[in-house]
Design a protein around this ligand. Structure first.
Ligand SMILES: Nc1ncnc2c1ncn2[C@@H]1O[C@H](COP(=O)(O)OP(=O)(O)O)[C@@H](O)[C@H]1O
Ligand SMILES: [Mg+2]
Length: 334
């Protein structure tokens, strides 16, 4: 449904997007994840025909966005970073205006506006001036204008940015509902966003694609070995030697000790489940098994490991913060 091939964009000497390629299948929600300055907005502006690429090709709903821009735009809904609302126009007037310029036939406009207002839950604000809407409602009116002509493809640039935690959850639900009828690319610099909303993630950093995969596969792929967290009450005895003798275990590291409660991080050969043998060893030694669980790499760890080796100097990206700050913005609702 969307195909991006070797796309690059240079602003003078700044390369904002550098040879990126990816595909989005029909009905899919693709997360476009990267720190500020990574090139997300630039890519989305190119896909929506707002500006040309320096190199490369983009196909949306079967139409080349450079060669057949009108056909491509007709099938695309775009929510820019700041929704383009007219402050002195009521919501319903504004949607009427957008429906007209997007070519919704006059006879269908009224019904279509009603439908999208219900869909995005803004019907109660129909007569409110756009300039008087809260941030959450502005964003929903932005979504309403993006879907008014029932496009195949939706391009949403940071749709939850600046919303409070309740609005973020509502917006996520709304996007998931829309996914049935539309193919969606949404950008975000917030990690939990993609695992909660998207089936697949493109991670970009400094204009380069650094990974494309499902959130689950990304997590699994970056786990070099399996690591278990084990907490034992060994009444003062050193359990590490016994745990190290369990078949398949490659490393035992004590991570914490409080009185008799000792925690270990235990690595094992990939694909080998050592949990039963660990538990048996502990119990047969007469110790207490207090906790035993796999340690999963969080999406945050993955993101850092994918983006840090290229980011030795945090200031190098100009306005981009060091990748570590990317994850810190969320947390309120996850
Ligand atoms: N109009 C522009 N002129 C010059 N540089 C720009 C312009 N727009 C964006 N950039 C630069 O391109 C890079 C990517 O920006 P952008 O696509 O907005 O990233 P993101 O949306 O991921 O934060 C940044 O380094 C930014 O400073
Ligand atoms: Mg942006």
């Amino acid at each position: 449904m969307i195909e991006v091939q070797h796309l690059s964009k240079r602003y003078g000497r700044v390369t904002a997007v550098d040879d990126i390629s990816f595909k989005v299948e029909r009905g899919e929600i693709l997360g476009f994840l990267g720190p500020n300055g990574a090139g997300k907005t630039t890519t989305m502006r190119i896909l929506t025909g707002y500006m040309p690429a320096t190199e490369g090709k983009a196909i949306v709903a079967g139409f080349d966005v450079f060669e057949q821009p009108i056909e491509a735009k007709r099938r695309t809904g775009y929510l820019p970073e700041t929704p383009p609302l007219y402050p002195d126009t009521s919501v319903i007037e504004y949607l009427g205006f957008v429906a007209r310029i997007k070519g919704v036939p006059a006879a269908e406009r009224k019904q279509r506006i009603q439908q999208v207002m219900e869909r995005t839950r803004i019907a109660d604000m129909a007569n409110r001036l756009c300039g008087k809407l809260s941030k959450g409602y502005r964003q929903r009116v932005g979504l309403a204008q993006a879907i008014i002509h029932n496009p195949d493809v939706l391009i949403l640039d940071e749709p939850t940015a600046g919303l409070d935690p309740k609005q973020i959850i509502e917006t996520r639900e709304l996007i998931k509902e829309l996914a049935g009828n539309h193919t969606i690319i949404l950008s975000t610099h917030i990690l939990p966003e993609v695992s909660q909303t998207c089936q697949r993630v493109v991670i970009i950093n400094k204009g380069h694609v650094v990974a494309i995969d499902t959130p689950d596969n990304l997590t699994a792929r970056l786990r070099g070995s399996e690591t278990m967290y084990v907490q034992v009450d060994s009444s003062g005895a050193d359990a590490s030697a016994a745990l190290g003798r369990v078949p398949g275990v490659t490393r035992v590291a004590e991570s914490e000790r409080k009185d008799h409660h000792v925690s270990y991080e235990i690595d094992s050969e990939r694909g080998r489940d050592v949990r039963r043998d660990l538990a048996r060893t502990i119990v047969n030694s007469g110790w207490g098994l207090l906790e035993l669980r796999p340690m999963r790499m969080s999406l945050e760890d993955i993101f850092l490991s994918l983006t840090t080796d290229e980011t030795q100097t945090p200031a190098a990206a100009g306005d981009a913060p060091p990748p570590g700050t990317v994850a810190a913005t969320d947390g309120a609702e996850s």
